[in-house]
Ligand binder design. Sequence first.
Ligand SMILES: Nc1ncnc2c1ncn2[C@@H]1O[C@H](COP(=O)(O)OP(=O)(O)OP(=O)(O)O)[C@@H](O)[C@H]1O
Ligand SMILES: [Mg+2]
Length: 341
Amino acid sequence: MITARMDSQAEALLSIRGLTIALDDRPGTSPVVQNLTFDVREGECVGIVGESGSGKSLSSLALLNMLPKGVHISSGSIIAAGKDLTKANERELRDVRGSLVSMVFQDPGAALNPSRTVGKLLADVLHAHSDLSRESIRERSIAVLNDVGFPDPESRLKSFPFQLSGGLRQRVAIAMALINRPRILVADEPTTSLDVSVQKGILQLIRRRTTEDRIGCVFVSHDLGVIAEVADRVVIMYSGQVVEEGPVANVLTNPRHPYTRGLIASAPNMTSTLANPLRPIPGSLPSVGRTPNGCAFQDRCPDKSKGQCAPQDPSWTTDSKNPSHRWLCHDSSNSRAKASL
Ligand SMILES: Nc1ncnc2c1ncn2[C@@H]1O[C@H](COP(=O)(O)OP(=O)(O)OP(=O)(O)O)[C@@H](O)[C@H]1O
Ligand SMILES: [Mg+2]
């Protein structure tokens, strides 16, 4: 399932430090993403997981400086190949998008222009970054379609997106993201709209391309089971903040933050059986801009009585046996291994 390949010596391809995203029209309210900090190394896939509204999409869009109207980066840095993307101008960002950092979106149908054939969609992306001949474009397109497991690519270059299944459309979207050989791939819920067997194929494809092409991958999902299939490390987000992070195997077998334990207990493909049904986390996320002082999870935490959850902010605790596993909780008993979920 998981190939943990933490190579702490490898240089980070992507370094996010203190990234904070605020609402434009509500100064003084809590940020929608706060102090996001993590690295992605060569050949490594980092999963970002959290409930709906926890800030996953805004965090991933910020990596390409593509935030929607209404929010802005208020502080922090995003260093990719030595460049701080938060300081890049529009022209520099156009060069970066698709070549240094590429994105795959959730809905393959919506992401592909319906009036362009597969061949033209791929050629458009290649043209944006290079001046190749028609023949080279065709060769590169067929090669990248082969890489993403697209059957019979030569004869499908003339197909329109509506002539393809959801799984094949998502393979075209991934081929478009990879064709200029980016160093970093950001995938925001790329398999959510696909059925389980097609999803598995796409996860294997992203895993294989990450390892073989030595790219850095950021993979966003609300589903811990999906993250367990594809990622080496996981960042758990709650209400715009990271509350736990570490190698996937450690976090899933020895979760320390009560929110992570709640996510595992409520993940359909991880723990549920007839005898041990899903246990959804009671309550809901704080409203936008209204994250409470102290621990963001305090109102829903089953362990609230054990810690001083407010008003002080919690501090990070690091696993003494595995310093890359850390969590943000006031409850000191969480620093011991939990025997059961
Ligand atoms: N353009 C915007 N203006 C104001 N608030 C926004 C904007 N976009 C998102 N938000 C708010 O920011 C929070 C985080 O949104 P985001 O889309 O990143 O969540 P998410 O974790 O990706 O959720 P989902 O799993 O549903 O995709 C949400 O509360 C959302 O309502
Ligand atoms: Mg989202």
